[in-house]
Design a protein around this ligand. Structure first.
Ligand code: NAD
Length: 482
């Protein structure tokens, strides 16, 4: 367990903020002060960027195979302390260790091994331009990548960016979320044991201080952001000001469409997993708009609510717990506001709808399924980022596709049917970056993941996504005597 002060990592060294200020990190489930981290600002971002820039030339000249080997070794190093990191992560995020934190660390290990193994896939092309001309392309790193990540799955979402950026020859300054920086800092120390100083720099601090400084830092060559759509817009505006490329993984309000043949327990389990109830619904890919065919609406919702009601809410570190604590008081109040607002307009909570009974501390919310919701209401349109699913009946495929696509977001989608024609037809018509048929689980290394519309730009989790996000295609044209 962490206690006292945990330093950030700049140029291979444990570092305090230049200003000497600190930020507290609390355990959401208990309110306990876990540690203080440096309150980084402009000077710290400048120091981290200078270190990353100094390390860039050596790192880009390191062979892709050698870079890949180092990432694989970092993955092995993380695997050796997996349980320790999972406990730290569960404590600071409030996420249940069995269903969320331990699998999240495993995902980070898998990502390091995946990018370690694919780092050599930086292939270019040759283009025939006629006799006497050799024209070829190479994939070049941008330089220093400025990354920013949120608190909901901080280790996985930080590692996916860092591993992809490093595999492709960039160096990194990452500003991690002030809500949950400790496990990422612990993972960064494993990186640091294997990498030259300055290749990875981790700055802690507030969004409008360290985050804003990162956006304004002129030596950052590429911005890569995961977080809310509101802040994503600011990131894009900063990128536009400086004309640097930007990748954005933003919010979602993803549809989950259940066909008449899918009135089964297996689908109900899948719908609960896709809603990410075991992460308190704090997931960008949550299938939070549940469209159920009218012919099975009551029976299927009975299955879902019966299963949701069995989920155990409580201490994130208890192996029996399915659902932990919401991250903080502000987010808890926001979730409850959406639920109260919908109920005042006439919605009914089939299950949940309030604080978990008997929890006088922490931010424990009962998994909630709302019915009687108009698709135009805020609860059905806006990202709640909490354990709240709205259920809406549908009649025809055309109608449900229109409802599904009537959203500013386009991150994920779920289709539940074993009628292969209906399932594939519907999957093809959903406007989203990632559609799953009869599966409600998270990303796997190798699949390209990312949103469209207000859910973002670019893709992660695959080497193709990494090449698009973290390299540019450079053309070299050579004339020779043919
Ligand atoms: P957030 O946008 O508030 O914060 C994300 C990061 O940006 C944090 O590091 C934060 O400190 C920083 N930041 C905040 N204000 C800033 C500012 N003014 N200038 C610069 N940086 C600033 O998001 P959050 O609350 O941490 O996370 C929840 C959001 O993230 C949800 O909207 C969720 O959908 C989204 N998310 C998206 C994905 C995805 O892959 N698409 C994954 C996880 C979370």
């Amino acid at each position: 367990m962490t206690s006292g002060r945990t330093l950030m990592l700049i140029d291979g060294l444990d570092t305090e903020a230049v200003d000497g200020d600190w930020l507290p990190v609390y355990a959401p489930a208990t309110g306990e002060l876990l540690a203080e981290v440096p309150r980084g600002g402009r000077a710290d971002i400048a120091a981290a960027t200078g270190a990353a820039l100094a390390a860039f030339d050596g790192w880009r000249r390191t062979s892709p195979a050698a870079r890949g080997r180092l990432l694989t070794q970092i993955g092995d190093g993380l695997r050796a302390v997996k349980e320790e990191i999972a406990v730290e992560l569960a404590r600071e995020t409030g996420n249940a260790i069995r269903l969320q934190s331990r699998p999240e660390v495993q995902s980070a290990i898998d990502l390091l091994h995946y990018f370690g193994g694919t780092a050599t896939e930086l292939k270019g092309e040759t283009v025939p331009l006629g006799a006497g001309l050799l024209n070829f392309t190479t994939r070049e790193p941008f330089g220093v990548v400025g990354a920013m990540t949120p608190w909901n799955a901080p280790v996985q979402l930080s590692v996916v960016k860092v591993a992809a950026a490093l595999a492709t020859g960039n160096t990194v300054v990452i500003k991690v979320s002030e809500e949950a920086p400790l496990a990422v800092l612990a993972v960064a120390r494993i990186f640091n044991r294997h990498l030259p100083p300055g290749v990875l720099n981790v700055v802690t601090g507030l969004g409008d201080e360290a985050g804003a400084a990162l956006l304004a830092e002129p030596r950052i060559a590429k911005l890569s952001f995961t977080g809310s759509t509101a802040i994503g817009r600011m990131v894009m505006a900063s990128a536009a000001d400086r004309v640097v490329p930007v990748s954005l993984e933003l919010g979602g309000k993803s549809p989950s469409i259940v066909f008449p043949d899918a009135d089964t327990d297996a689908t109900a389990d899948g719908v609960i997993a896709s809603m990410r109830f075991p992460r308190q619904g704090q997931s960008c890919t949550a299938g939070s708009r549940l469209f159920v065919h009218e012919s099975i609406y009551d029976s299927f919702l009975a299955r879902v609510t019966a299963k949701a009601a069995l989920l155990v809410v409580g201490d994130p570190l208890d192996e029996k717990t399915d659902i932990g604590s919401i991250i903080n008081a502000r987010q808890f109040a926001r979730v409850d506001r959406y639920v109260r607002g919908a109920i005042e307009l006439g919605a009914e909570a089939l299950t949940g709808g309030s604080r978990w009974p008997g929890s006088d501390q922490g931010f424990f919310y009962t998994p909630t399924v709302l019915t009687g919701v108009d698709p135009g209401w805020a609860a059905a349109r806006e990202e709640i980022f909490g354990p709240v699913q709205v259920a809406i009946p549908w009649h025809t495929e055309d109608e449900v596709v229109a409802l599904a696509n009537d959203s500013p977001y386009g991150l994920a989608g779920y289709v539940w049917s074993h009628d292969i024609d209906a399932a594939l037809r519907t999957a093809a018509r959903i406007d989203a970056g990632w559609v799953q048929v009869n599966r409600g689980l998270g990303q796997l290394p190798g699949l390209s993941y990312g949103g469209i519309k207000a859910s973002g730009i670019g893709q992660e989790f695959s080497i193709e996504g990494a090449l698009d996000a973290f390299t540019h295609r450079k053309t070299t044209t050579v004339a020779f005597r043919a």
